[in-house]
Design a protein around this ligand. Structure first.
Ligand code: NI
Length: 212
């Protein structure tokens, strides 16, 4: 009489173990999805042709950055909160990447070209990390770049009367071919940013070697 119950256990335990293992295996994928979901929904892509000026005053286009991964972030030097924090986090994430960081070019594109001259940008980005390249341009050149990345930005008056700019603070990770790989939420922790970049770089290396 006790046999059926025991048999149920014998079947039940391996099933529970299998479900548990499956849940454990699923977790990383779920995590990745959370990082790279919303804006990439459907056929929406990020990036495209742009003409800007780098912080040394050199005219550049998106082609000048091909061959390395690009971590793209839009902002402005007088930003009170999000930009400084994010640039700091980007710098720390680059440190965490170790040697892999050599293949990544962080780009800080100003959405305040009226105030952000190349000289000002040079001083600003080097304060955070010498590996970050600051980009600016004419308002219409910046407009083209911002549109390519679906960046929203709007001038607003702060309580103290200073001019601030509301803007999308999402980071974009682009491949060496300039194609969009994933976006990274501005609130992401240093470790998370490094982890996402590393994962994308390892994935594309695997894909390249599979093709060979
Ligand atoms: Ni900002």
């Amino acid at each position: 009489d006790a046999m059926p119950a025991r048999r149920l256990w014998l079947i039940g335990i391996p099933i529970l173990i299998a479900i548990g293992a499956a849940l454990l295996l699923w977790r990383p994928a779920e995590d990745e999805q959370r990082v790279s979901s919303a804006p990439s929904a459907g056929s929406l892509t990020f990036g495209g042709p742009f003409t800007l000026v780098d912080h040394t005053g050199r005219p550049v286009t998106e082609k000048d950055f091909l061959g390395r991964y690009q971590l793209v972030f839009f902002g402005f030097t007088q930003c009170a909160a999000v930009c400084p924090t994010t640039l700091q986090t980007i710098s720390l994430a680059m440190n965490q990447l170790g040697e892999l960081a050599d293949s990544v070019q962080p780009l800080f594109i100003s959405i305040d070209p009226e105030r952000d001259t190349a000289e000002l940008l040079a001083e600003y980005v080097s304060y955070f990390d010498k590996r970050i390249v600051g980009l600016t341009g004419t308002p219409s050149q910046v407009g083209v770049a911002a549109k390519a990345f679906h960046i929203y930005y709007r001038r607003v008056r702060d309580k103290d009367g200073s001019e601030q700019i509301d803007h999308t603070a999402t980071m974009f990770f682009m491949g060496p071919d300039g194609k969009y790989l994933t976006f990274i939420h501005p609130d992401a922790a240093t470790q998370k940013i490094a982890q996402v970049m590393k994962m994308k770089m390892e994935n594309s290396t695997k894909m390249t070697s599979r093709r060979e």
